[in-house]
Design a protein around this ligand. Structure first.
Ligand code: ADP
Ligand code: MG
Length: 349
């Protein structure tokens, strides 16, 4: 395991401990927990009121599924995705397994509704930035390299998905599912739990999660403070909800005194500006994951993107520390620390 992953996991361990403090019942409550590492983060599954005999087989199956998706969709280690990227680069009509095909179609739909701000065709640019590595980059690519990528800018709309095959006329199109894979995997895990008759659960992928069931009182979920250790705010979930956050603190490096993080604006080729973290609540995890990334990229224009993507509950911490949110989010959130001015948007576009 790399130094970077070690560090992230140490931080996450603390964060998850905080979440469980705010989210769970005392020790005698009927909770079952399973924890493992996949998709570059800690996956933590908490069940309420399930028997171990009933839960163990489905938890084992979910763990296997996460590991398989980790390997199949890896953006830089040999995987089904890198094989597909190589074929796309050569201009081939590449066969795509049915499961990946469904995910690519879902990604293309979310790319459309976000007006291209959620852009999984961004793999080549992520590689230029040096983020396709287990270690963090230590320098910034030069302007000309980024300008050249922008000149031939690939988009999901360039990707033809027909008859079980993928093809692109733009050889720069390289897929990266990093903004979305965790959400897809979380939705799959929830579906598997439900199929096994488990109705009270949280599937938490490094602080991004989907919670189902009301148990005897709602799950209370902590949202990490983007600039301080601990929890900024908390939300009590209702029946079936996903809470996903994109933050500039997740993967970043500093170069000549400036922070460069891993959420890239496909319009500029540079890390998206002005947002420190952006949280959405939505029913499905895959949509919530893609939307958190898209609204992060949108910057000050996030209300427009939220409306386009059908996202009603949004919390944004600007890079200057001010907090903005939709009225529907304001109804649900409880701040756990003092925050800078809070702006509740009264009218959405
Ligand atoms: P995290 O995974 O840290 O919670 P995100 O869900 O926002 O954060 O995912 C960031 C990852 O998404 C990056 O590491 C990269 O793989 C990919 N990515 C970066 N910028 C974009 C973008 N504009 N659209 C789609 N994917 C992106
Ligand atoms: Mg995301």
């Amino acid at each position: 395991m790399t130094a970077e992953l070690h560090k992230r996991i140490a931080v996450l361990g603390l964060l998850l401990a905080t979440l469980l403090l705010t989210g769970c019942q005392p020790a005698e409550s009927p909770l079952l927990e399973r924890r493992f590492i996949a998709l570059g983060t800690i996956i933590d599954i908490t069940l309420y009121g399930a028997e171990a005999e009933q839960a163990d087989p489905v938890l084992a199956a979910i763990e296997r599924d996460f590991h398989r998706l980790h390997h199949d969709w890896h953006a830089w280690e040999d995987s089904r995705l890198t094989a597909l990227n190589t074929a796309l680069q050569r201009g081939e009509h590449a066969p795509v397994p049915a499961e990946l095909m469904a995910v690519l179609k879902q990604a293309r739909a979310l790319n459309r509704s976000s007006n291209g701000l959620f852009e999984p065709a961004i793999g080549g640019l992520m590689a230029l930035w040096g983020f396709h590595s287990n270690d963090l980059p230590d320098s910034v690519p030069d302007n000309d390299t980024i300008a050249a990528w922008l000149a031939g800018r690939p988009r999901m709309t360039d990707l033809a998905l027909e008859n079980g095959q993928a093809h692109s006329d733009n050889p720069r199109l390289q897929l990266d599912l990093g903004a979305f894979a965790k959400g897809v995997a979380v939705d799959r895990a929830i579906a598997a739990l439900r199929a096994a008759g488990i109705d009270n659960a949280i599937v938490n992928a490094g602080g991004d999660l989907r919670a189902i069931g009301a148990r005897d009182r709602p799950w209370r979920i902590g949202i990490r403070h983007p600039r301080a250790p601990g929890v900024l705010a908390s939300i009590a979930t209702r029946n079936d909800e996903s809470i996903f956050t994109s933050g500039d603190y997740e993967r970043y490096f500093e170069f000549e005194g400036k922070r460069y993080h891993h959420i890239i604006d496909p319009r500029s080729g540079y890390p998206a500006r002005d947002t420190a973290s952006l949280t959405v609540i939505h029913s499905e995890a895959a949509t919530a994951d893609a939307a958190a990334t898209a609204l992060f990229v949108a910057g000050d224009a996030w209300p427009r993107t939220a409306a386009d993507m059908g996202i009603e509950r949004v919390l944004r911490v600007r890079a200057d520390g001010t907090v903005e949110m939709t009225p529907a989010m304001a109804e649900r959130i409880r701040f756990e620390t003092e925050v800078e001015p809070v702006v509740v948007l009264q009218e959405l576009p």
